[in-house]
Design a protein around this ligand. Structure first.
Ligand SMILES: NC(=O)c1ccc[n+]([C@@H]2O[C@H](COP(=O)([O-])OP(=O)(O)OC[C@H]3O[C@@H](n4cnc5c(N)ncnc54)[C@H](OP(=O)(O)O)[C@@H]3O)[C@@H](O)[C@H]2O)c1
Length: 478
């Protein structure tokens, strides 16, 4: 039986897409599980003038796709309140404070607060500053949850962090990377712990290379405007891919608590092998999708809100290396792209022939499937030993996946309520990864790529294959 938690959630951007598609369904599942019960309330805020009743109805609508327990949904929605609010208006924070205090008393929430930034990143600093200046923080806990993107380069990330730090301590800030909430990613440390033999061979003596792919079959759909400011490198590599690398490549912590995990991850990211500007073209490649073979799909440059001569990459691949005892000389090949033949997030660990000394077949490949399938497979001499749960979720026509993401949010909200920061990104990790990514971005911004350079429904540009072939390797998922 789940232990009940107490808190008032204030969701900035409570009328938005993220809130309705991911947060409310996740909170609802916690309600059904009894983790949220009598002692919680949710305040949704945004500028539009909604009533509590209308807001509650939108919350119920967001749940109807996957549940039909009307009574349960209505009971859940009774914990929801709406406060019309413009992030720049100080008076609105006073009204918000009064409502939150009233709900603290009504639901007896021990003055615990979760402030969730489901709004545009340019507002993060303003909201945090007002929370402090207008005295919203209480004598319970005060946890600030930040969505991606956290900056667009090291400088802007530092500015944002400085702004947040004036109102919240690092301890109070929860930076979401929803890949860290995915079941298989969370399983990796356990898998290593439970199989000491596996962990023993996860190093440069036995591993030939490690490949991380976050592939999507869809294009940018209706998010062209946002994507034009991001691109695959910022949108996927700096955060999700780097965090997955962190979990796979970190040394095993002595204790599995948040502090030990972050200390070890921080050390790992600090050992990222420096990349010089002239190495960028040798180690990183980019691509942008064209139409498909039949000429039916839109090329990226013809998508809504995308410039006709856009040089934004929809595909990025690279070879990342670490300068440390465990991993020196082992390439970590990473790639992420849109309009690949199917959606697949996976990690392929390719062992070398030395594992034969330990009684394991040479060149064994271990694959960890993150989504949509979840599980692992071991490929030995062409025979595939699989333990994979086929995920039979129907994907809506949307680039962000549905069920898996909902589960990831649920798991991350549980961590926030428990004050467990193991699955969130800490500032020092972000600093190291932005520093690394900035070198690539800067170099790419100085050169004009020949785009488009890959057909939709293919594995990306040919250069992504040559990247590995130069080292005598090849992509396992091809
Ligand atoms: N959607 C996703 O799947 C997803 C995934 C990962 C990360 N994120 C991140 O999550 C955040 C929210 O994304 P979203 O897709 O939910 O955006 P969205 O649908 O555009 O929602 C934005 C929200 O902000 C409110 N808002 C806008 N201007 C405001 C202002 N001046 N004062 C107060 N409220 C204001 C909007 O309501 P009003 O117009 O009524 O004010 C709306 O509720 C972004 O940082 C995004 O990068 C989203």
């Amino acid at each position: 039986m789940a232990t009940e938690k107490s808190a008032v959630f204030i969701i900035f951007g409570g009328s938005g897409d993220l809130a309705h598609r991911k947060l409310y369904p996740a909170l609802y599942r916690l309600f059904k599980a009894g983790m949220l019960k009598d002692h919680f309330a949710v305040i949704g805020t945004a500028r539009r003038p909604w009533s509590n009743e209308y807001f509650r109805q939108t919350v119920i609508t967001s749940l109807e796709d996957f549940d039909d327990d009307k009574r349960m949904m209505e009971n859940f929605a009774m914990h929801f309140y709406y406060q019309s609010h413009d992030v720049n208006d100080s008076d609105h924070y006073i009204a918000l404070k009064q409502l939150a205090s009233k709900l603290d008393d009504r639901f007896d929430t021990e003055h615990n607060r979760v402030y969730y930034m489901a709004i545009a990143p340019r507002f993060f600093g303003t909201v945090a500053a007002h929370i402090k200046s207008e005295g919203l923080k209480t004598d319970g806990y005060n946890r600030l949850v930040i969505e991606k993107p956290f900056g667009r380069d090291l400088n802007s990330a530092c500015d944002l962090n400085d702004a947040l730090s004036k109102a919240f301590t690092e301890e109070e800030i929860y930076r979401i990377d929803h890949y860290l909430g995915k079941k298989m990613v969370q399983e990796i440390p356990n898998l290593r712990k439970k199989n000491p033999k596996f962990d023993e061979i996860l190093n440069n003596k036995y591993v030939s290379n490690i490949q991380v792919t976050l592939g999507e079959s869809l294009g940018v759909e209706d998010r062209g405007g946002y994507y034009e400011t991001a691109g695959a490198l910022r949108d996927m590599v700096q955060n999700h891919i780097m965090q997955i690398l962190g979990v796979v490549a970190m040394d095993e912590p002595d204790v599995m608590d948040a502090k030990s995990i972050h200390d070890i991850k921080e050390k790992l990211f600090a050992s990222l092998k420096d990349l010089t500007p002239d190495e960028v073209s040798k180690k990183f490649v980019r691509g942008q999708y064209d139409t498909d073979e039949m000429g039916k799909l839109n090329p990226y440059r013809k998508e809504d809100k995308v410039e006709e001569d856009s040089n934004i990459e929809t595909f990025a691949a690279g070879k990342i290396e670490f300068d440390n005892e465990r991993w020196s000389n082992v390439p970590f090949y990473v790639r992420s792209g849109k309009r690949m033949p199917k959606k697949s997030s996976r990690i392929d660990i390719v062992f070398n022939e030395k594992v034969a000394d330990l009684g394991i077949r040479a060149n064994t490949i271990v694959t960890l499937f993150i989504e949509p399938d979840e599980g692992s497979s071991i490929l030995i001499n062409g025979i595939d030993y699989r333990e994979v749960k086929q995920n039979l979720i129907k994907y809506p026509e949307d680039p962000e996946i549905f069920d898996n993401a909902r589960e990831a949010y649920e798991s991350l909200i549980i961590d926030i309520l428990a004050g467990d920061k193991a699955n969130f990104t800490l500032w020092e990790e972000l600093k190291s990864t932005w520093k690394y990514i900035d070198v690539i971005r800067k170099q790419w911004d100085e050169e004009s790529p020949k785009f488009p350079n890959y057909l939709s429904n293919t594995m990306g540009p040919d250069t992504a294959d040559t990247l590995l072939e130069k080292d005598g390797n090849s992509w396992i998922w091809n």
